[in-house]
Design a protein around this ligand. Sequence first.
Ligand SMILES: C[S@@+](CC[C@H](N)C(=O)[O-])C[C@H]1O[C@@H](n2cnc3c(N)ncnc32)[C@H](O)[C@@H]1O
Length: 265
Amino acid sequence: MVTLTQDSPALAEHYDVAGLRQFEHGKLLLQDLGLARGEHVLDVGCGTGRLTELAAQIVGAAGSVVGVDPLPLRIDIAARRRLANLVFRTGQAEDLSAFPAGRFDAVVLNSVFHWLPEKSQPLAEAFRVLHKGGRLGISTATTDAPHQINQILESLRTSGRFGGFRVGTIGTPHRVGSEELQRLFTAAGFARSELRLRSFTDTFASPEEVASFNAASAFGNFLGDLDASQKEALVDALYTELESLRTDDGIRLQRHLIFAVAYKE
Ligand SMILES: C[S@@+](CC[C@H](N)C(=O)[O-])C[C@H]1O[C@@H](n2cnc3c(N)ncnc32)[C@H](O)[C@@H]1O
């Protein structure tokens, strides 16, 4: 089960650096959304706010950007970014009642959707706060093409060597397939949507860096359901698998994400 209570100052600070990977694909999401000067944007699950700040630079002084995230430690870091048209506050995708209907031109969820156990309410809220002609941009891990790290963890799980653990303990537990995502958009009222799959190769210096990236990205949920001895054994096995992938450049792992833009007409 995803919990919002396992974050720590160290994880939050580390995410601000390790999350450059999410920032890179977040830039593509902003391009897909075609953000323009003067627009008003809500970044849901903004984390430490790096992408939110970029959105504020793109929309300029005539526009505005609000970043919300349920983790206060991440919002504290985000709030260090000071631009006149940029505001951060705690908040969750499931409840955007702090904002009136039709307030935004664009709503962004970059690497957030796969953390949401229930999708209909967040989509209904995004739809509500968008005005007509507004659009929702989502990048999300997908069941269509699991991340390589998840494939490795899944093969370790099915090996039976670790007493079995639930898939929910593995990173990005609430992935969606593209067909399901399109169905969810339609049910929420979006008139049409455009989806594309993009793949990324991340390079890591060590297995420890892979683990710390995943721990910071998962705000304490990575392998979180395991007891200490299970975790130790699994991490040992994971590190062995990761070392076997080492190249001259480091350990290279692929991630695959759906990029979706849904339109309110
Ligand atoms: C991998 S980080 C992505 C952060 C940021 N969007 C970025 O691009 O760097 C995932 C974020 O989702 C947030 N999150 C988790 N559950 C959420 C929820 N129910 N509503 C909104 N955000 C949530 C976490 O707090 C975390 O900051």
